[in-house]
Design a protein. Structure first.
Lengths: 154, 154
């Protein structure tokens, strides 16, 4: 329903939840911070300058958006978002947490596999102005965030 | 945990979920679009210019933020967000949906009762730039949105 992925779309998130690294996805397995039967969470490949190391939580089974997502997945993602928020507070010493989830191109959805963002927030970080200036990072730049977060998700 | 409401805080959301209208809250009962045992959803009292009639979903029992919220509430809010998203697509003929949830003042939280925003999105609506220019509306301005949405939540 309301799908926008082209017919030959190569999903950049499906390989990552299957443990694969290839040319379709920027996600490396060192980005993985949480996984259960239903959902996985990764450090996002793109960083927002004032909110480094933010996380996306995704369903392990492909759904494009919130309209398509079976309820058990959306419920589990919300529960995991609470875990990640708590862990991020300690691991990153951030001053707040914002969660954000976009559907359809007009809603700023770029990757057509449901993904739920969890951002660390800091005083005057200007998150909303900076969302349009995301920067692709290297796996080496991301891994310290994954390591810190995993410590607090145990 | 990580609470910011002052000691004598008068919660503007608690009266509304109890069915009350008073000077502590802008929310009127005509703003209510959904209610079950755990959560309620209202048309937000403040409008964002390009995203009129957006909704907040709140726990009926007071929790300040995501860290405090019992899991059954966050799970239910996520399930209701999916219902509202689907209803909004039809009721508002919008081009997308964005959900947003803020915690702590540094995370742009202004009302200290957990609330989960569901925004209708439109091409080039510039939501993120406009978030800081919210406008207090009248109950009369909000009620057509509540009526439309309720029609599609039945």
């Amino acid at each position: 329903m309301y799908n926008h992925a082209p017919k030959d779309y190569k999903c950049p998130i499906c390989p990552a939840v299957k443990g694969l690294e290839n040319e379709v996805t920027y996600i490396k397995q060192t980005d993985l911070v949480y996984k259960d039967e239903l959902v996985s969470a990764f450090i996002n490949s793109f960083f927002i300058e004032g909110n480094l190391g933010h996380v996306i939580i995704v369903p392990n089974k492909h759904s494009e958006n919130i309209y398509d997502m079976p309820e058990e997945y959306i419920r589990q993602i919300s529960e995991v978002s609470k875990k990640i928020a708590g862990a991020m507070k300690t691991a990153y010493s951030c001053d707040g947490i914002t969660t954000l989830q976009n559907n359809e191109p007009a809603g700023d959805q770029h990757a057509f596999h449901f993904h739920f963002h969890v951002f660390p927030r800091y005083k005057d970080d200007n998150l909303h102005a900076n969302l349009s200036h995301k920067r692709l990072t290297t796996p080496e730049e991301r891994s310290p965030y994954a390591e810190k977060l995993k410590e607090h998700l145990k």
